[in-house]
Design a binder for this molecule. Structure first.
Ligand SMILES: [Zn+2]
Length: 409
């Protein structure tokens, strides 16, 4: 149920959003007088394609002098999704992450492993840290400056208390740690929590990363286009930041809502964002929303994320989302260090890599996966570097500047 605060922000949004060329055009036939959240379904959806076709400036709703930062993420298709942030948007984005159950304090030293180039979460996490008084160690991913062993050294040497990044980064850092012989309890005693975002994280994957690092893991759900929509509390529930977002769950064709709590497609309306606000953004994510009265004291919508439309697999009558595959894979013992599922005509073929693969029996693994997924499964245990190049992982060679002047010494 929308509250008064959401209604007020929604009306304000409908006035502001017309400053962007995209929505001036899109809403030209709509009479917005008196339109409140209860009428939101009369307004058009915004698709990823709409944004891409319209170009980077199309959803910019403030003057360039208000812009503080531009962000862009590139999906697997190579087409960028973009967003614009004012200074206030960056502060709002930081506040959204402060809702996370990790409860940052001024005593924390937060290592940020999200990439600092173009992508959004590093900057919002930095805002969240600064707003609480915590310190930041910018250990960007996807750069030659901070290879995996160096990040581990930083975590150890600086007594980092909280580390944040893609879930995959914490799997790869743990594998690097194993390869160079360090252990979480001995080498990172100061570490108290890990926060992740940017990739799907099922319950079993969360448990796996918690086991690797012996600390709680908190998930955050958002995107470059919207900033952070939901954050995980200490009870593991993903609470929607309702002061900033109105989240609908729609049928696949966008026609109407799904039944309460059912899987459907997200349509996100940003209530606070100034730079590039979005109305009913159909982001191709599969989610469900249920009302929750959580033990943490929060009430309102809790969100679950099941994956993206493009990762949904249909085999016969069985529909599998990315989350279903993750749950099956991450309940294997040992848990794979790397994996890949390949859709086939009548089933799934899995490539699996574990440093401990000797403990797998092919037949037991196949039985486990086909039982969980209810489709025919074939598997291949990979013992080479096709899925994970461990030699590359432990290379601790940052790029260095050239020596311009060589002294006689
Ligand atoms: Zn909660």
């Amino acid at each position: 149920m929308p509250d008064n605060d959401q209604e007020r922000k929604f009306k304000d949004l409908l006035a502001r959003i017309l400053k962007s060329p995209l929505y001036k055009e899109k809403l030209s036939k709509n009479n917005l007088n008196g339109v409140g959240l209860e009428h939101i379904q009369t307004l058009p959806l915004t698709t990823k394609e709409d944004l891409r076709n319209a170009g980077a400036f199309a959803h910019l709703a403030v003057e360039m002098k208000e812009v503080a930062q531009y962000h862009e993420s590139t999906g697997t298709t190579g087409e960028p999704s973009s967003s614009w942030f004012t200074q206030e948007d960056l502060r709002t984005g930081g506040r959204q992450l402060k809702e996370c159950g990790v409860r940052l304090t001024a005593d924390d030293l937060v290592l940020i492993r999200f990439p600092y180039a173009m992508s959004l979460p590093a900057f919002l996490m930095q805002q969240a840290a600064w707003q609480t008084g915590a310190g930041v160690v910018p250990a960007s991913g996807r750069t030659v400056v901070t290879p995996y062993p160096r990040v581990l050294q930083l975590m150890e040497r600086l007594s980092v208390t909280v580390a944040v990044g893609l879930p995959r980064e914490f799997e790869l850092l743990a594998e690097t740690a194993r390869l160079i012989g360090s252990t979480p309890s001995n080498n990172f005693p100061a570490l108290r929590a890990i926060c992740v975002a940017g990739e799907l994280m099922s319950d079993k994957r969360k448990e796996h990363i918690e086991k690797l690092w012996s600390v709680p893991v908190f998930n955050m759900y958002g995107s470059t286009e919207t900033a952070n929509i939901a954050t995980m509390c200490e009870y593991g529930e993903m609470h929607i930041v309702e002061q900033d977002f109105y989240v609908e769950v729609l049928q696949e064709d966008g026609a109407g809502p799904t039944a309460h709590g059912e899987r459907g497609f997200a349509a996100i309306t940003t209530l606070s964002h100034q730079g590039s606000p979005l109305l009913r953004y159909f982001n191709d994510d599969i989610i469900s929303v249920e009302h929750s009265e959580c033990a943490c004291g929060r009430t309102g919508g809790k969100l679950e994320h099941y994956g993206r439309r493009k990762d949904r697999v249909r085999i016969g009558d069985t529909v599998l989302d990315a989350v279903d595959l993750q749950e099956a894979i991450y309940s294997l013992s040992p848990t794979p260090d790397a994996w890949k599922a390949i859709e086939q005509e009548n089933g799934l073929h899995f490539l699996l890599d574990s440093h401990d693969y000797g403990k797998w029996s092919e037949e037991a693994v196949r039985y486990h996966l086909s039982g969980k997924l209810r489709v025919p499964v074939t598997i291949e245990i990979v013992a080479d570097s096709r899925l994970l190049d461990r030699a590359e992982l432990v290379k601790n060679v940052p790029s260095i500047k050239p020596v311009y002047i060589q002294k006689f010494s």
